[in-house]
Ligand binder design. Structure first.
Ligand code: ATP
Ligand code: MG
Length: 327
C-alpha cells in the first residue's frame, strides 16, 4: 500500500477549509492507503501561542480528527513533538536547503507581514520542518489544500537533491494530492484571501465547532456584492466562494446548483447553505463532545500513535545519518 502523510497545526479551531481541503479527503481514501496523520505542534510554535491554549488545542484537534471519521484501525494518529526525529531531521535538512529556495516561499511572506526583523527564524524554516515530516515516513502522497502545493514541491526538490548528492535513494519522492473541490476555500470576510485559522477576524471562517446560530450569523454576514444572480463567476469571488462551499458539501455539479437557485436571490441561497453546513457539522460535533470528555482515552490514542510511527522515523534517520557520515 502507498503511504499517506498529512497534518494540521493546532493553532486554533479548525475550519471548513481544513475540513474540505484536507481531513475529508483523508477520511475518504483511508481504506486504500497506509495512513499517518499528525498534529504538527512544532509548526504551531512558529508564531507566538499561549502554552495553555496550545496544550488544549492539541487535544481538541485529536478529537476532531476522530470525530471527522479517521479510523484508528486504518491510520496512525500522533503528535509531532512526541517523535523527536522530526526536529532532528529538520535540522539536518536545513543544512541542505539553499536560502534562495526558502526566499521564494509565499506563505512566509504572508505570515511574517511587515515584521521581518523580529519574526522568529522558525517561521522561515517552516517548509523544511514540513519536508522532514513528510520524508521521515517515506511518504508517497501528501493530501493537502492548494496553499501547501509550494511546500510539497520544495519537499520533492529537497529529497531529490539529497538523494542525488549521496547517490542513494535515502528518501521516497512524495507527490502532493490536491483535489479540485474544496482545495482552496476563501475567507468569508475577504474572498481574495484564503480562509485561515490564524485570521484575527472570527467572522472570516466557520469552525467545525460553530453552533447553528453562529453559522447562520457568519454566512449572513459573508461578503458578497450588489448583484443578484446565484452563479459561479470569478468576477464575483464572494458568492463564488459560498457556492464552492455548497458544491463541496453537496457534491453536485455547478450547473445543477445554478439551476437550483435560478430566479432566487442571495438570501435564499445563504439559507440553504446554512442548513447544509449545520447538517454536515452536527454529527461531527456530537462525536467530538463524546471524545473530548474522555481525556485519558484520547491521551492513550496519541501515545499509541507515536509508538507506532517512531520505529519508522528511526529507520529513516539511520539511513540519513549513514549517508552523511554521522552516527
Ligand atoms: P494557519 O492560519 O494557522 O496556517 P490554516 O488554516 O492555514 O491555519 P494549516 O494547519 O496551516 O491551517 O493547514 C492544515 C491543512 O488545511 C493543510 O492541508 C492546508 O492546505 C489545508 N487548508 C488550510 N486552509 C485551507 C483553505 N482555506 N482551503 C482548503 N484547504 C485549506
Ligand atoms: Mg496554514
Amino acid at each position: 500500500k502507498k503511504r499517506v502523510f498529512s497534518g494540521i497545526q493546532p493553532t486554533n479551531n479548525i475550519h471548513l477549509g481544513n475540513y474540505l481541503g484536507a481531513i475529508r479527503n483523508w477520511v475518504e481514501t483511508q481504506d486504500q492507503y497506509d495512513n499517518i496523520f499528525c498534529i504538527v505542534d512544532l509548526h504551531a510554535i512558529t508564531l507566538p501561542i499561549e502554552p495553555k491554549e496550545l496544550h488544549s488545542n492539541i487535544r481538541k484537534l485529536a478529537a476532531l480528527y476522530l470525530a471527522c471519521g479517521l479510523d484508528l484501525s486504518k491510520c496512525s494518529l500522533f503528535v509531532q513533538s512526541h517523535v523527536h526525529q522530526h526536529a532532528e531531521l529538520s535540522w539536518i535538512l536545513n543544512c541542505y536547503t539553499p536560502m534562495g529556495w526558502l526566499n521564494r516561499m509565499t506563505q512566509f511572506k504572508t505570515k511574517a507581514g511587515e515584521d521581518m526583523e523580529s519574526v522568529g527564524t522558525g517561521l522561515y524554516c517552516y517548509p523544511v520542518l514540513m519536508a522532514g515530516d513528510i520524508l521521515l515516513y517515506q511518504t508517497d502522497m501528501v493530501p493537502v489544500g492548494d496553499d501547501q502545493r509550494q511546500h510539497v514541491e520544495l519537499t520533492r526538490d529537497l529529497a531529490q537533491r539529497f538523494n542525488g548528492l549521496y547517490n542513494k535513494p535515502v528518501f521516497t519522492i512524495p507527490k502532493a494530492d490536491i483535489r479540485t473541490a474544496g482545495a482552496r476555500i476563501m475567507s468569508l470576510a475577504d474572498p481574495t484571501k484564503k480562509m485561515s485559522k490564524s485570521d484575527p477576524n472570527p467572522n472570516a471562517y466557520i469552525t467545525l465547532l460553530d453552533d447553528p446560530k453562529t453559522i447562520k450569523k457568519k454566512i449572513g454576514r459573508a461578503t458578497t456584492d450588489s448583484e443578484r444572480l446565484v452563479t459561479f463567476d470569478p468576477a464575483r469571488p464572494g458568492i463564488t466562494n459560498l457556492l464552492t462551499i455548497y458544491q463541496a458539501l453537496t457534491g453536485q455539479s455547478q450547473q445543477h446548483i445554478e439551476a437550483e437557485f435560478a430566479g432566487k436571490g442571495y438570501g435564499d441561497f445563504k439559507a440553504a447553505l446554512t442548513d447544509c453546513l449545520v447538517e454536515t457539522l452536527a454529527p461531527i460535533q456530537q462525536r467530538y463532545h463524546e471524545l473530548i470528555s474522555d481525556m485519558p482515552a484520547l491521551e492513550g490514542v496519541l501515545k499509541q500513535g507515536a509508538d507506532e510511527v517512531r520505529p519508522l522515523a528511526e529507520k529513516t534517520m539511520i539511513k540519513v545519518k549513514k549517508a552523511i557520515g554521522l552516527g
